[in-house]
Every structure is written in C-alpha cells, then in structure tokens.
Design a binder for this molecule. Structure first.
Ligand code: SF4
Ligand code: SF4
Length: 383
C-alpha cells in the first residue's frame, strides 16, 4: 500500500485506498449487514495496509456505524486506524440536535473520538444552514475537547459553491468530493480539487468507480481498454486515473467482496501521482466520451433517495435505463426490458411515482428524479 499525507497534517500517513462503509455485504433475506463477512473484509483491508475507514449516520439505515464500531472493538484495532464519520445536516435543526447526534455517533462507534469528522453533503443550502445554526462553533468545541481530531466537509454542488465553502471555512483541513473519469470534468470536480490543493486542503475521493459502473462497464468500454498496450482491468483504469491527481490523498471504495478489495489494493499500491502516460490518459478520455454519449441519468446508486413512499425502486429503474442505453438496446427508441418488467411486476416501477418530490431534495446528484422516472417509464417497455 502507498500512503499520502494531507498538507495540513503532514505527520499522518493515510492509505491511498480507504474502505467506504456504505456498501457492505448484506444478508439476502433482510438486507441487514452481514457481520461476519464485513469483519472478514475489514481484516483483509487491514492486512493490505488500509488504515482509513469511512462511515456516516445514514449508511445502511444507521447500522454501518454500529457494526463497524463493534468490529473495531472486537479486533482491538482502534489505535491502528482512522475513522471518518459525518454530521447529517438534513437531520439537524439546532445546535443541540447536532451535539446529541454526535454523541450518539461516538456511542454507536464505541469510541471516545472521531479522527476525521465531515459536514456531510455540503451544498449551497446545507452550508447556509450550517452557518445559521452556528454549527462551526460546536465543531470547534468538540475538536478542542479532543472528541474530533480533524475537520472537513463532503461536497455535492457546483464549483462556485465549493470555493465559497473553502473560503468561509478556514478550519477545514480536508474535503471529500465525488471524482471519477466519467464526471471529473462534468461536475467541475477537477477544478475543486485544485482549488482546495492550492489552499493546503487535501482531498478524499468518493465514488471513484461510480457505484461500480466503471468496474464492470459495458462491452464498448472494455473494448477501448483492450486496445491499450498494457492490459489492466477497467477498475484499475478507474482508480489509477483518480490517484493520478496529486491533490488526492485517498480514494474510498465501497468494496463488498474480497476480490474487489485485493484488486483495488494492488492498484492503490502502484498509483503514484502524475504517473499515467499521455497515451493512457487518452484511452481514459475515449472511455469517458463513450459513456457520456450514452448515459441517461447520472445516478450513482447511493440510495439516499430511498425509501420512496410509493415503493418505486429509484436506483434500480435508473440503473436499468442506463444499462439498456449503454448496451445499445435503445438506439432505435423504446425497447422491452425483462429487468424492468420484473421490477414493475414486483411493485417498484416508475409508473407508481406521484411526483411528491420527496426524493429529489436529498439526491446528491441533483437529479430531477420524478421527471427522469417518467422518461425512463416511457422508454423501458414491459414484456
Ligand atoms: S417523487 Fe416519486 S419517486 Fe420520488 S419519493 Fe415521490 S413518489 Fe417516490
Ligand atoms: S437518484 Fe440520486 S439519491 Fe437516488 S440513488 Fe441515484 S444518485 Fe442516489
């Protein structure tokens, strides 16, 4: 494993690959986290030199923090790892509520401090809320008390909002952004990382493989990578591209299987900043262009929008719509989708949406979910 440091914390050596605790192995019968498999994954991560673990209040319906806290205690590894956790701004309406959620997070994690604490999913509105509720003074207080070691924020909005937050939040020591070769430029994230780096703020990357899409891409992408002189797995191309950026300290990956972990660790162990050749960068650019021409909706499958009161399986509908488009099945217009037929039969189709807009307010990608569902419903035909 290779290690990098945040400019403001030069003594800390952070593994270039971190384990995201948002997509853990689950029990098929009830979707609860599979404790034993997760423990095996954490052990494997440790063996491979991973020392950064990222959880959050809403992950796995609030159980990610609990399960991870129990595993850390059982393995006795608290002083060997860094834990990142986040303040769920959308659930907070006062400073007192924020304090009580933070205390609850410590309790769930069975620890007396969080190493890296982020304001979760900062956007223009969330940042205004943070200031209005005076949450920064609470974070300063918790840091002074030793309950938080380092402060940062995760981000989903436009570059002008990113710059505003960096400028108005000098206590921030790191940030976390979504960055991958598909939307690195679309969302202006490369610019954000550079803006932060110039100000001494190192970046943690989330969704480096776009929720797995870039790890198991359509055939058109695999064909592009096969043309390269050196043969790498699509996931290796994706991760190497992210870690090529010198402003990136660590990239998270929501790995749920040992093979993914081993492959990602191998990539992270060889990823040196600015090490991809011009030819390799050109190949990644061709892959990004291929995707951009075909992708219907930029859903990452994060499931923040779930559950829908009408039981629409929003990420599943979008994933199928994208899959159909990327396999060329929609080139002549609407087409029959067996997967969508099944979704609809099980009562999770796009047609059930009543445009309540509840989901839209929490989508980090700012997708106009009901409109896009209506579009998907018109394009995906049932058997
Ligand atoms: S807008 Fe539609 S998909 Fe979104 S929560 Fe409401 S009913 Fe569900
Ligand atoms: S629609 Fe938005 S919130 Fe829902 S899974 Fe996709 S990216 Fe996440």
């Amino acid at each position: 494993m290779l290690y990098r440091s945040f400019p403001k914390m030069p003594d800390l050596k952070i593994s270039t690959l971190g384990l995201g605790l948002m997509r853990l192995p689950v029990n098929p019968e009830n979707s609860s986290i599979d404790y034993e498999k997760t423990k095996e994954l954490v052990c494997l991560a440790l063996e491979q030199g991973v020392n950064y673990f990222d959880t959050a209040w809403p992950y796995h319906g609030g159980t990610s923090e609990i399960v991870f806290g129990q595993i850390v205690k059982e393995l006795g590894i608290r002083d060997k790892i860094y834990i990142a956790d986040k303040m769920p701004i959308w659930d907070i309406d006062s400073k007192e509520k924020a304090r009580s959620i933070f205390e609850k997070q410590l309790e769930k994690l069975q620890t007396d401090h969080v190493d890296f604490y982020l304001l979760h999913a900062m956007s223009k509105d969330h940042w205004e809320k943070v200031k209005k509720l005076d949450l920064l003074s609470l974070l300063d207080e918790l840091k002074a008390a030793g309950k938080i070691r380092h402060l940062g924020f995760s981000f989903h909005d436009t570059p002008d909002v990113f710059e505003k937050i960096v400028d108005e939040y000098p206590a921030a020591e790191f940030c976390q952004v979504q960055y991958n070769y598909l939307d690195g430029d679309i969302q202006g994230t490369a610019k954000d990382i550079q803006y932060a780096a110039i100000r001494g703020i190192g970046t943690i990357v989330m969704e480096p493989l776009r929720g797995g899409l870039l790890a198991v891409p359509p055939k058109g992408i695999s064909d592009i990578f096969l043309k390269a002189e050196q043969k790498f797995h699509p996931a290796e191309w994706g991760l190497s591209w992210v870690l090529q950026n010198p402003g990136v300290v660590c990239t998270l990956s929501g790995m749920s299987a040992a093979e993914q972990m081993l492959m990602n660790c191998k990539t992270a162990s060889a990823a040196v900043p600015d090490s991809m050749s011009a030819g390799q960068l050109k190949i990644v650019e061709s892959a990004a262009d291929w995707f951009k021409q075909r992708i219907k909706v930029p859903c990452t499958g994060c499931r923040y929008c779930m559950p829908c009161p009408r039981k629409v399986d929003i990420p599943a509908v979008f994933a199928e719509w994208n899959r159909m488009s990327m396999t060329g099945a929609l080139e002549d217009g609407p087409a029959v989708s067996p997967n969508y037929t099944k979704l609809k039969k099980e009562g999770h189709g796009a047609d059930l949406c009543v445009f309540c807009h509840k989901c839209e307010t929490v989508c980090p990608q700012k997708i106009k979910i009901p409109d896009m569902l209506a579009e998907a419903g018109k394009t995906l035909k049932t058997e």
